[in-house]
Design a protein around this ligand. Structure first.
Ligand SMILES: Cc1ncc(COP(=O)(O)O)c(C=O)c1O
Length: 400
């Protein structure tokens, strides 16, 4: 008898973490490594949020809270949805998890039965596919190449829907491509969902505040109010407020769905830290003036990385609309040889070559279910990025 369950047989550790771990291992062994594999802002959490966390400890906010989270945080989230999107939720329609990752995970656990299908347009965040499998479902991967802006078309979506489809999971702006769906594109996808009333929509809005377009951010439940009864809108404080280690995300949707999510949470982690919840209230209700400089820095870094990638023979690179990733295409480098005579067959080979020969940790596109690319996270300092770009350019020039 084997120890591990059949359910986890096909599940992999997140490639983003794996590449970071490999880079750290080489760094510990004395190598100079530029780590651009992980999507964690390099900024500090804003001061007023840190102060709120410290005050919560001193005020004794250190005990268990209710499973869906504290009333104060649910209220702050309610205000956030109303302020930013005109969406109105009651406390029973809001859940708070240990990062938005937990909300995504809980939602799938609460709703997916064996054999159910979950449509994931790719490239998509590495964890979606594995989370669906952990819930016993089947991920249905829809590859969306650069030529269609890394975005799913209504036609493609319509053709993928079957009687077993439970969810469509969409993340905009996207990790890893940075592509953002416009309001009109969401309306067109929403039209497909209106014709398929058994399909639910998961909107992962975690990069909502890190975007470079001027138009207001469109989210499905606001853009298509008639779909709101089958939408789960997910967000969190990790990316916008540089709070990845605090672990707080939230979701809002129909009360029945939220009740299911809370059941899963109540029998697993109970809730995220009480101290984190107090800090998250300060984040959501507090001043947002720090965001302008954060986003300006990200935009400057995006431009630096895109310009560097567009210079390199053999790579293609589009300009991302948001998030903090660039996703160059490397198909033309496949088949070339490294200085020590190895052939680069795949994007994974290329990323291993970048890591081992150039000391740059990146993530292959195949981990995001769009092979022939790699992802650069530019949530790193300007100096690290400049050095990383120089190393990638040299490594590419050394291929023959
Ligand atoms: C698309 C996407 N969704 C969700 C998450 C999870 O973020 P957190 O759990 O920190 O809220 C990430 C983190 O990288 C992400 O890229």
């Amino acid at each position: 008898m084997t120890l591990l369950s059949k359910r986890i047989a096909g599940v992999k550790p997140p490639a983003t973490r794996e590449m970071t771990r490999l880079g750290n291992e080489l760094a510990r062994a004395g190598r100079s490594i530029v780590s651009l594999a992980q999507g964690a802002p390099d900024f500090d959490t804003p001061r007023h949020v840190r102060e709120a966390g410290k005050a919560a400890i001193d005020q004794g906010k250190t005990r268990y809270t209710d499973v869906p989270g504290t009333r104060e945080l649910a209220e702050a989230i309610r205000r956030k949805f109303e302020r930013d999107h005109g969406l109105r939720f009651t406390a029973a329609e809001i859940t708070i998890g240990v990062g938005s990752k937990q909300v995504l995970y809980n939602a799938l656990q609460a709703t997916v039965d064996p054999g159910d299908e979950v449509i994931v347009p790719t490239p998509a965040w590495v964890s979606y596919m594995d989370m669906v499998m952990l819930a016993g479902g089947t991920p249905v991967i829809l590859r969306c190449p650069a030529e269609q802006g890394f975005k799913v078309t209504p036609d493609q979506l319509e053709r993928a829907i079957t009687g077993r489809t439970k969810w469509v999971m969409l993340n905009s702006p996207s990790n890893p491509s940075g592509a953002e769906y416009t309001r009109d594109e969401l309306v067109a996808l929403g039209g497909v969902l209106l014709r398929n009333p058994h399909v639910w929509f998961m909107s992962d809005d975690i990069y909502e505040k890190i975007r470079y377009r001027d138009e207001p951010f469109p989210t499905m439940a606001a853009v298509m109010p008639s779909l709101a009864t089958r939408c789960l809108t997910i967000n969190g404080v990790s990316k916008a407020f540089a709070m990845t280690g605090w672990r707080c995300g939230y979701g809002a949707g129909p009360a029945d769905l939220i009740r299911g999510i809370n059941l899963v949470q109540g029998q697993s982690v109970s809730h995220t830290s009480s101290v984190t919840q107090a800090a998250a209230v300060a984040a959501l209700d507090g001043p947002m003036d720090f965001l302008g400089p954060f986003v300006a820095a990200y935009r400057r870094r995006r431009d630096l990385v895109v310009a560097a990638m567009q210079e390199i023979e053999g790579l293609t690179c589009s300009v991302p609309d948001g998030a903090f990733y660039v996703f160059p295409g490397c198909q033309r480098l496949l088949g070339r040889r490294t200085p020590d005579g190895k052939t680069i067959e795949t994007d994974m080979d290329l990323c291993m070559y970048f890591l081992e020969h150039a000391g740059v940790a990146l993530v292959p596109g195949s981990a995001f279910e769009l092979p022939g690319h790699f992802r650069i996270s530019y949530a790193a300092s300007d100096a690290e990025l400049a050095e990383g770009m120089k190393r990638i350019a040299t490594a590419c020039a050394n291929l023959t």
